[in-house]
Every structure is written in C-alpha cells, then in structure tokens.
Design a protein around this ligand. Structure first.
Ligand code: KG4
Ligand code: ZN
Length: 351
C-alpha cells in the first residue's frame, strides 16, 4: 500500500511516498530565500513558488522511491488545512487532478495531525521502532500554532489549550524582526541565546502563568520586548541583542513549560510527544526532557531534523492511518481548503 502525499500549507513545497508508517522518499523545495526579507511569509509569492515547484517535487519524490508510474500509487494524500488558503489550494488542485486522472482515492489530512505523529514517523527500515502508548499529551509548537492536545488514540484528538494570539514560533519570528534579523527568527534567536548560555537577564513577564487555563498568549511579551528595546540606545541594543534574545526565548519557553506541566498533572499521561518547527530548538528540548524526568514520563521528539518542520512524510503517515479506517474520499468528490481547520474537527472524521 503506497501513498503519495503533498503539503503546501505554508512556505515549503513538499512531497513524500510512504508505506504505512515508513517513509520511502521525501522531497522538498524551500522558499525561505524568497520570504526572508519580508520578515514572514508573503502569500502571493508562496502561491506562485508552489505552482512552479510542485510538479518537480512530486516527480522527484516518486523517482527517489523507485516508482516509475502514478498507477503504482494506491492513494493520494493532501493537507487541506490549517494553513495559508492560497498555498493550500495549490496542493489540493494538483492532487485532485492526479486522483481524477488515475481514478484513485484522496486522503485529506489536517496539517496538525501530521506534526503530532511526526515523532513516530519511520524510515524505510522501520526505525525508530517506537509507537505511542495512548493516551499521549501532544505539544505542538510551530509558526502558526501553539497547542496542547490530549491524544486519546490514533486519529482521536482533543485540544486542551491553544494560543489566544500569536503562536510561539511567530513570537520568535517577530522578536527577531524587532532586533533587526531575518525570517525565520527561531534559529537566529536560538543561536544568539546560546552565545550567552540562555541567561535570563531581563526576566520578561511569563504570560498566563497565574491562570489554570491551558491556553497560551505571547503578544504581551512581544510588547514587553518592544518597550525594552525603546529604552535602549542603538549601541546598548546591539550590545544586548544576545541577552534580549535569550530573555525573550526563556519567557516563551518557560510559559510553554508551565502549561505543559499543568497538562501532564491534569491528564495523568505517561507520554509526551512534541512536534512543529520550534521543537527542533535544543534549549526547548533540554527543558522538556528535564520536565519529563521530573514527572517520570517519556518524551518523544521528531527523530530527523526535517520532520520538525513542514513535510509531506508526516502527512502521508497520517493518511495511511486514515485510509485503513476508510477515511478517504472519491477523486470526484469536492474537496476544499479549510484555512482555520482545528484538530477537534479532524478527530476520526471524514471531511
Ligand atoms: O512547523 P513549521 O516549519 O511551520 C509551521 O507550520 O508554522 O514551523 C516554522 C516555525 C517558525 O516560526 C520558525 O521560526 C520556527 O519554526 N523555528 C524555530 C527554530 N527553527 C525554526 N524556533 C525555535 N528554534 C529553532 N531553531
Ligand atoms: Zn507546520
């Protein structure tokens, strides 16, 4: 059973061929160079770049999987939300045309289901040989989302908390921009913070720390950074840019840590799975590993670097699980993008 999956939800055009939980090939075309000067993703540029690259990326994914014809694919999978509407449309249109042409089923996948499963995605040989022991607490930290998810079983989700404003990756991206650096900001902030050993010199406020709610909020933190920068001369700001980055990153991560701890205590889960672009961050990984040790639970991170970020492998693996349960549509059925699709809407349900 082979599935060809594509994801065009943001600024990466990606395609993969998977067989069950195993990835047979992965291919991507990054658009970072096109967006970095804008400080974020520029929607029409993203759409055009997806249109230009998708055919090449898909054909390379097939080639790498040693598949010579689309007829050898059993089903096509595509991310239909959440994400940038005009970017999602490119992947959906492409997959629909293929599915109609070759008369194969389509498995529509929620992008966040993909990030959630990414710690359990396996290579061709089936490694890492780990499987989740449900219920698992999912922590999704990306450029568009910050969510705590009660993951009851494969394809069964309940959001426990989410951001009320900016996502954590978005907050890091905005902080980087305020300090005069490029997009994406997460890696810039991480390396500056590392230079000063992650010291918390400015102790920015810890958002939502006094509430029982498992929701997050990062926009106030951004304002706190802006005010701090305004009190500084240009020279002081440059001298302090590593300390500002480090303090900002600590405030974001300590807030994530606090809510994750609350969620572990509330649910009694014994496993924690992290996903999304920010999960590649070594400081966050260190803090979450410590939390897991303290709480005597297991923690999982995406096993390969590319699996932290947007990729079609995670979409294909979810699609395999959905296909097994009959959660697919006919190639002639209508399928539309849902830019604000929630995980709650995707729990063991067809579109
Ligand atoms: O999952 P992802 O590739 O795309 C979305 O679905 O949003 O995540 C992108 C986010 C960006 O905000 C980026 O700044 C952040 O992941 N990111 C990082 C790091 N590398 C990328 N955040 C913290 N530390 C990093 N090293
Ligand atoms: Zn993502």
């Amino acid at each position: 059973m082979k599935i060809l999956a594509v994801d065009t939800s943001a600024d990466d055009t990606t395609a993969s061929v998977v067989s069950g939980m195993r990835v047979l090939s992965h291919m991507e075309a990054s658009q970072i160079d096109l967006h970095s000067k804008w400080g974020g993703i520029f929607p029409t540029i993203a759409k055009r770049a997806h249109q230009e690259k998708i055919d090449y990326v898909v054909k390379m994914a097939l080639k790498k999987a040693h598949i010579s014809h689309f007829n050898d694919i059993d089903a096509f999978a595509v991310t239909y939300g959440p994400g940038l509407a005009i970017a999602l449309e490119v992947g959906i249109k492409y997959i629909k045309e293929l599915a109609v042409k070759y008369n194969k089923p389509i498995v529509p996948v929620n992008h966040m289901e993909g990030h959630l499963i990414s710690s359990f995605v396996k290579n061709k040989s089936g490694n890492p040989a780990v499987t989740p022991n449900f219920p698992v607490l999912g922590l999704l930290v990306s450029g568009g989302h910050t969510e705590l998810v009660y993951w009851k079983d494969y394809l069964e989700y309940e959001i426990l908390g989410e951001t009320l404003d900016d996502a954590c990756g978005e907050a890091l991206d905005k902080a980087s921009k305020m300090l005069g650096f490029s997009y994406p900001g997460g890696p810039v902030i991480e390396s500056l913070a590392r230079q000063v050993k992650n010291v918390d010199k400015f102790v920015f406020p810890r958002p939502m720390s006094k509430t029982k709610s498992l929701d997050f909020s990062f926009s106030g933190l951004k304002t706190a950074l802006l005010y701090k920068i305004k009190t500084m001369s240009e020279k002081e700001r440059i001298q302090n840019q590593a300390y500002l980055s480090s303090s900002f990153q600590e405030a974001v991560f300590k807030s994530i840590l606090k809510k994750t701890k609350q969620a572990i205590e509330m649910t009694g889960v014994k496993e924690l799975a992290i996903g999304g672009g920010v999960s590649v961050n070594e400081r966050l990984r260190y803090l979450l590993r410590n939390l897991a040790t303290e709480k005597k639970i297991k923690v999982y991170f995406p096993p390969l670097k590319y699996l932290n970020f947007d990729n079609a492998s995670m979409i294909g693996v979810v699609a395999s699980l959905r296909f097994e349960k009959g959660l697919f549509i006919n190639s002639k059925d209508s399928l539309d993008r849902v830019a604000r699709l929630s995980l709650n809407d995707s729990s063991v349900k067809n579109v």
